[in-house]
Every structure is written in structure tokens, then in C-alpha cells.
Design a protein around this ligand. Structure first.
Ligand SMILES: [Zn+2]
Length: 473
């Protein structure tokens, strides 16, 4: 049985979906204003393993992921500039072109990492769901959870006593900790924008008042005036549209817990009076050479940087699977190289094995017990190596077992595993005749047929209840 650490309950819980055979899962996706760095990619790899694991456990998985192409401000809150607009200015392209370019790069990175992304419409862009976000905000307004300032429509967190539950910080503590900027008209420091105005009080662009250079590239009309949605609204609106509410699993990075996910929960629960998701799971950060990733240190490595260092994307995937997703992980070029070496060894070893026969139930039970225990990929890889190094185990069994596990780990090993044997029909027919002769203790005929098979390049191995054919080497 799959067990998952639920951030909300702070316990390891047995997983069961809302409907019997279907799991509905939402992952917070990328903000497409720059190239994903290796730290961003860790979560997507883990959620891909979770998706594969659920499928191998017999569920069909409906997986939705957003593409944030508007509304994510540089400070992650309500201050600063829209990340898309900033990138547009810095790179001299339109915000729309920036979004398109980095969304494509994200999809390419995902493909190179063997991550199966949802297909549209389940891979959903914020800019294509403005109507749904407006509807969410209107519902909140009708229920009295919002207020309007000169720069937008805000959610009043003091009206939702459960605010702070996900991060384990009671509302009064959170309120005390979050300072209200002197310039802000927010009632509480934790309040957040549902809709931001392009220009004061939501009026449209006015060339008599505004320099045309300040005109927003991305803005929409709303019941409150011209503007754009706050970052958090898209996830609540699109998750409800594509998965319903509540759904089963919501994933994201630990950095999402205190603000983005608290805000998603507040909006969704207050609007629709049911929980947003039953399981909240979060992956930890990576550090690079023991330090936080940062622009000033120049350690925002991308997959291209990995390639330049001789690390292929699947070796990065292997590297991430080598640690539990809830542990902080330190990336160094040496540790990435060690992952590359291990993967190379696995590939070349598997290439030498016989074609897949039956899986090893014993090893498979062990492997599944590890990986079903809160996606413990690190221990599962330990079982994998025990099997690889087991000199007693037939290599055709190793091939079959590794092939099954690769369906979950997604390391692209199937190509390295020997192709299934194609045995010509005439060879099978002779082997059947020999098996019958042997059963009848007709040894002369059996020996003659064995010779015949060898002349055709095949060895017949007799078991207790059946035989096996192997090509003569
Ligand atoms: Zn989200």
C-alpha cells in the first residue's frame, strides 16, 4: 500500500483516492520567464515517478499542471514587477514571446528527463483561464472575503481562521509576523491580491495620463477594472475546472508552502466550502556546492550546463532518485559524475543480460515495499543494485525485473535491456517434439532432436515442468 507524507497532517498516511480507480493530481508548474534550473527540475522528476507508481499500482491518473505566464510578481507576493514583464524588458521581447519561448524550453527539458507532462488542456496556461479566475474572485466577493484597494482586489485572511494550517503557523502568529508595508492599503500582512489593477483604481490605460511605455502588455477587463489576476488564483481556478474539488494529491516545492499553497487553500475552501486537496506533498530544495542557488553565485545550472560537463539529463534524474525527495540534497559536479558513472554501469551491465523472462517476485516485493513507502527512491535504487549484483539470479530474470522497475523510475533503461528473444516457429516445433520424447523417456529421439536444435543454433535447457531455449553463443 502506498504511503505518503502529507504536509497538512504532518503524518505518513495510507493513500486512497476519492474514486476507486482514478487519481486526480495537480502540480504547480513553471513560471515561464526564464530557463528552468536544475533545482526547479527536481520536483517534476519526483512527481513523474509518483505518477508512474500510481499507474503501476493500477490507477488511471488525471494529472494537471499550470503554466504561469502572467501575474507572478518578483517578490512572490504582491509587490514588485510581474516576472514576465521584467523578462520582456530585459530581453527586448514581448511578454507573450517570452512565455512561448520558455514554455517550449520547459517541455523540451521535461522530455529529455523522461518526464511525461500532462497534455493540454490539462497542461494549462494562466492567460487562457482569465474567465475562470474572475469567476473564483467573484464567488469570494459574494461571500464577503474580499476588499478593494487602489491597486487591486484582496483576500482578507483574517476571515479564514484556518489560514496557516498547512505551514503549521496559527493565523494570529502569521498575522503578527507579516508586516504590512507602510505604503500598502492591505488590512493584514498575510492578505494577498486576487486581482491587480494595471492602473490606479482599475481604470483603463489613458494616453493623456500614462506614458505609453508603461502600458501593460498583458491585461484584461474585469468587474473591478483593468488588470490581471494574482499568481495564486490560477491554480485554484484551473484545478477546480480540470480535477474538481476536492481532488486527491497536490504537489509542489517546499517554498510554496507558506504563501502560495496557503493562499490556494484559503481561496478554494472559502469559495467552495470543501477542501482543495486531500494530500499535500512537497519536495525539498537542492543546494549547489553547499550553497543556496543564487544569481550572484552563478550556480543556476540548466540541463545544457549539465551536458557541457558530460552529465546527460537521465544521469541528473538518477542523481535525484538517489536521495529521498523530502531531504535537502547537495549538488556538486563530482556527485553528478558519480551518478553518470552508476547509470553507465547499469546500462552496460543490462546490455549483456539475456532477454527478459519472468520477473523476480522476491526482489520486486522488496523494491515495491521501499518505493511505496513515501516514494523512497533511494532505498529502491539500493534494492535495484542488490539484484544487479546477485550472481545467483538468472540474467533473463534480471532483465524482466529491471524492465518493470524502469517503468516506474523512468531512467530510460529499457533500450539497454536485451530485446525479447524471437524464436523461429520451426525451432519451437522441434523443441516441443523433443520435450514430448523426453517425457516419454524416448531418449534416442530426444538426443537426435537436441542435435538438430544445436545445428540450428539453439540450446535447449530442461526444467522441471518446461524448457527454455537460448541462442548458442
Ligand atoms: Zn500553484
Amino acid at each position: 500500500m502506498l504511503k505518503l507524507w502529507n504536509t497538512e497532517s504532518r503524518t505518513r498516511e495510507a493513500f486512497g483516492p476519492i474514486s476507486d480507480d482514478e487519481v486526480r493530481m495537480y502540480s504547480c508548474g513553471p513560471t515561464v520567464y526564464n530557463r528552468a534550473h536544475i533545482g526547479n527540475l527536481r520536483g517534476y522528476i519526483i512527481w513523474d515517478v509518483l505518477r508512474r507508481l500510481l499507474i503501476s499500482d493500477g490507477y488511471s491518473v488525471i494529472h494537471a499542471m499550470n503554466i504561469t505566464d502572467v501575474g507572478h510578481l518578483t517578490d512572490d507576493g504582491d509587490e514588485g514587477e510581474d516576472k514576465m514583464v521584467k523578462a520582456s524588458r530585459e530581453q527586448g521581447k514581448t511578454a507573450w514571446d517570452i512565455a512561448k519561448e520558455y514554455e517550449e524550453l520547459f517541455k523540451k527539458d521535461a522530455k529529455d528527463l523522461n518526464i511525461v507532462l500532462p497534455e493540454p488542456p490539462l497542461l494549462c496556461r494562466a492567460t487562457e483561464h482569465i474567465k475562470e479566475q474572475i469567476k473564483l474572485i467573484q464567488t469570494l466577493e459574494d461571500k464577503g472575503y474580499t476588499y478593494i484597494t487602489s491597486d487591486g482586489v484582496y483576500f482578507d485572511t483574517s476571515k479564514y481562521p484556518e489560514y496557516g494550517k498547512l505551514s503549521g503557523q496559527p493565523l494570529d502568529e502569521k498575522l503578527a509576523g507579516a508586516r504590512v508595508e507602510a505604503s500598502s492599503e492591505k488590512k493584514n500582512g498575510t492578505d494577498f491580491a486576487l486581482w491587480k489593477f494595471s492602473y490606479p483604481n482599475g481604470r483603463p490605460f489613458d494616453s493623456a495620463q500614462d506614458d505609453s511605455a508603461t502600458r501593460r502588455q498583458m491585461e484584461w477587463e474585469s468587474p473591478w477594472g483593468f488588470g490581471f489576476p494574482g499568481w495564486h488564483a490560477e491554480c485554484s481556478a484551473m484545478a477546480k475546472k480540470y480535477l474538481g474539488q476536492p481532488f486527491d494529491i497536490h504537489t509542489g516545492g517546499v517554498d510554496h508552502i507558506p504563501v502560495h499553497h496557503e493562499n490556494e487553500i484559503a481561496q478554494s475552501v472559502c469559495a467552495y466550502s470543501v477542501p482543495l486537496a486531500n494530500f499535500w506533498i512537497h519536495n525539498e530544495f537542492i543546494t549547489v556546492d553547499g550553497q543556496k542557488m543564487s544569481k550572484s553565485l552563478g550556480n543556476f545550472y540548466s540541463l545544457d550546463d549539465c551536458r557541457e560537463h558530460g552529465i546527460d539529463p537521465l544521469a541528473l534524474r538518477y542523481f535525484y532518485l538517489g536521495a529521498h525527495y523530502r531531504q535537502k540534497l547537495n549538488f556538486t559536479w563530482e556527485s553528478a559524475q558519480a551518478a553518470q558513472n552508476a547509470l553507465n554501469k547499469l546500462r552496460s551491465t543490462a546490455r549483456e543480460w539475456d532477454a527478459p523472462s519472468d520477473i523476480s517476485l522476491e526482489y520486486d516485493d522488496h523494491f515495491m515495499a521501499e518505493i511505496m513507502d513515501d516514494i523512497n527512491t533511494a532505498s529502491a535504487l539500493g534494492v535495484l543494485w542488490d539484484m544487479v549484483n546477485d550472481t545467483e539470479l538468472d540474467s533473463s530474470v534480471k532483465s524482466a525485473t529491471l524492465k518493470r522497475w524502469d517503468g516506474i523510475l523512468g531512467l530510460g533503461l529499457t533500450e539497454s535491456i536485451a530485446k525479447p528473444l524471437e524464436i523461429p516457429e520451426n525451432v519451437t516445433a522441434i523443441a516441443d517434439r523433443r520435450w514430448e520424447a523426453r517425457s516419454n523417456k524416448d531418449w534416442d529421439v530426444a538426443d537426435a532432436l537436441r542435435m538438430e536444435l544445436e545445428n540450428l543454433g539453439w540450446l535447449m535447457e530442461d526444467g522441471d515442468n518446461n524448457y527454455k531455449l537460448k541462442p548458442k553463443k
